[in-house]
Design a protein around this ligand. Sequence first.
Ligand code: NI
Length: 172
Amino acid sequence: MAILPIITAPDRRLKVKSTPVEIVDDKVRKILDDMLATMYQAPGIGLSAVQVGIPKCLITVDVSPDDEENTPLYLINPEITEYSEELESYNEGCLSLPEQFADLDRPGAITVQYLDYFGELRRLRAEGLLSRCIQHEMDHLKGRLFVDHLSTVKRGIILRKLDKAKRQKVMA
Ligand code: NI
C-alpha cells in the first residue's frame, strides 16, 4: 500500500467534479487500499479520491474511536437517498484544510446507497459522526469543501491563511 500526497486548499484540483466508477476491479481496489492507508496515516476519519488527485467517486471512511478496532468503510459511487429533517451542528475539519475548523449544520441522519469494495450494492442508514463524515466526503466528489458552506468572508479568511501557510512552506 502506498501513502499518497493529500492536496491542500486552495487548489483547482479540489474543485473538479468526480466521475462514477464503471467497473469495480483490482485497479479500483488498489486505489481504495492506498486511500485507506493515506487516511490512517494522516490521521483522518474520511478521504475522497479527488483529495489525492483521482477525480473518481471513491470514498474511504472510518469513524471508530482510536482505542477500538478499525472499521473501514469503502463507498463507491455513493448516492444519498434520504436526509433527516433535523439538522445537527458539528465543528468540521478536513485533511485538505489543515488545522482549520468551522461549525456547520448538516442533516443529522442520512441513507446512502453505494457499491462496496467488491462492487456489491449496499444501503446504509448513518447517524452522528458517520453521517457527518459521509456527507463531507460526498461534497468533495462535487468539488465542494466545507468552507463552501460558510459565508464569503469566513471562507476568505480560512483560504488566505492556508495560502499563506503554503507559500511559507515553499520558501522554507
Ligand atoms: Ni475533507
